[in-house]
Write a protein that binds this ligand. Structure first.
Ligand SMILES: [Zn+2]
Length: 202
């Protein structure tokens, strides 16, 4: 029987598990306290209407996770939890999104590198400390005036929450983009290469 135990021991430690591309780490609530994974591209609730990720797990560069951990601690003191809508995005997913909405104002066309493919970018929303998802200025990938950083067109308390998220992200070393209140990048995202992850998650 010993060889069987040895075989399975090796299989668990070396084979059968997915090989994570170099540079990526899994995002878990152990590291990023209280984070709620609501990975929209693993659900039908996204612009393609289909699940384009095989499951709801999330992956980022270590530096991105470290900064996100700071944000989660800061927000916890204020009574909020992070909700993660997207993180590292394989090129195959980027293509599927482009096929559903081929508009360069909102999405990176195939052939150009999406910031999400670098493992430096996150799409985030907020929940309260009990995990209840809170109303924010718009839904994920809702490309209209409510999605931009001018929050004068949304209720005051919603605008306040979006600013709380923005302040916490900026304080931890992220930058934002003017047209998507939910999207944040490491400030030096441009110095990171894309992580292709061929055969992983695509
Ligand atoms: Zn994004």
């Amino acid at each position: 029987m010993r060889w069987i135990a040895l075989f399975f021991g090796l299989a668990i430690s070396q084979g059968f598990s997915e090989k994570i591309p170099e540079g990526l780490r899994e995002v878990t609530a152990d590291q990023v306290p209280g984070i709620i994974l609501e990975m929209r591209y693993s659900m039908e609730r996204n612009i393609t209407g289909k699940a384009i990720y095989p499951d709801g797990r999330a992956w980022l560069r270590r530096e991105t996770i470290q900064k996100l951990t700071k944000v989660a601690r800061d927000l916890r003191e204020k009574g909020y939890r992070l909700v993660l809508w997207d993180a590292w995005r394989p090129a195959s997913a980027q293509k599927a999104l482009w096929a559903a909405k081929p508009d360069g104002r909102f999405l990176t066309p195939p052939g150009k590198i999406s910031r999400h493919s670098r493992g430096t970018s996150v799409d985030l929303s907020l929940a309260d400390k009990s995990g209840k998802i809170l109303e924010m200025p718009s839904d994920h990938d809702e490309f209209n005036a409510k999605a931009d950083e001018d929050f004068s067109d949304v209720p005051k308390e919603v605008a306040k929450r979006a600013r709380i998220l923005r302040n916490a992200m900026f304080a931890a070393g992220f930058s934002g983009v003017p047209d998507e209140w939910w999207h944040y990048d490491l400030r030096d995202w441009g110095s990171y290469e894309a992580i292709e992850g061929k055969g992983f998650r695509d």
